[in-house]
Design a protein around this ligand. Structure first.
Ligand SMILES: CC(C)(COP(=O)(O)OP(=O)(O)OC[C@H]1O[C@@H](n2cnc3c(N)ncnc32)[C@H](O)[C@@H]1OP(=O)(O)O)[C@@H](O)C(=O)NCCC(=O)NCCS
Length: 138
């Protein structure tokens, strides 16, 4: 998964092995890995955070993109997390991820200035789902 992170993200955004190991040890964090022919084609990390189910990280190997891998990973992790709305943060300068989330039912709810560094804004997105009582509105 650490190698996939390096292949999928620009330097600085990829999760390192130590971060992945730490996240994997937390009971409220969920991991899913997609495989194709023995290779890891993608991964998604989600958690339960302040009353919301949240997508923390999703990455698909460049070789396997536009084949529905991320769509399948999103569906799997959404199913595994507590009911109620899903939330996530996406970089404003990431049209591919925004298109994916839009296609999967997420709507933009507001900006997060400089979230990814100076001049690199984020956008909060939310997917309405039945059930749950969100404590944090974004
Ligand atoms: C964003 C990412 C996870 C998408 O993975 P993927 O497996 O290629 O996505 P899917 O095949 O499930 O795409 C589903 C839909 O999302 C949209 N989409 C995905 N990638 C797109 C792109 N590059 N340009 C435009 N639309 C795109 C399309 O509507 C696509 O459906 P289509 O292929 O039938 O047109 C992948 O590009 C990636 O790993 N990017 C780098 C890491 C990253 O940015 N993660 C998100 C951080 S918030």
């Amino acid at each position: 998964m650490a190698r996939l992170q390096e292949r999928a993200f620009r330097p600085g955004l990829a999760y390192r092995l130590s971060t992945l190991i730490m996240l994997r040890s937390l009971p409220w964090v969920r991991f899913f890995v997609a495989r194709r022919g023995g290779a890891i084609s993608g991964c998604v990390i989600g958690d339960w955070h302040e009353g919301n189910s949240r997508i923390v990280n999703i990455a698909v190997d460049p070789v396997f993109r536009r084949q529905g891998v991320a769509t399948a990973l999103l569906a799997a992790i959404e199913f595994s997390l507590p009911e109620g709305d899903m939330i996530l943060m996406v970089e404003a300068d990431n049209p591919a991820a925004q298109a994916l989330y839009d296609r999967c039912g997420y709507v933009q709810t507001g900006p997060a200035r400089d979230y990814y560094g100076i001049g690199r804004d984020g956008i909060w997105m939310r997917k309405p789902r039945p059930g749950g009582v969100p404590k944090v509105r974004v």
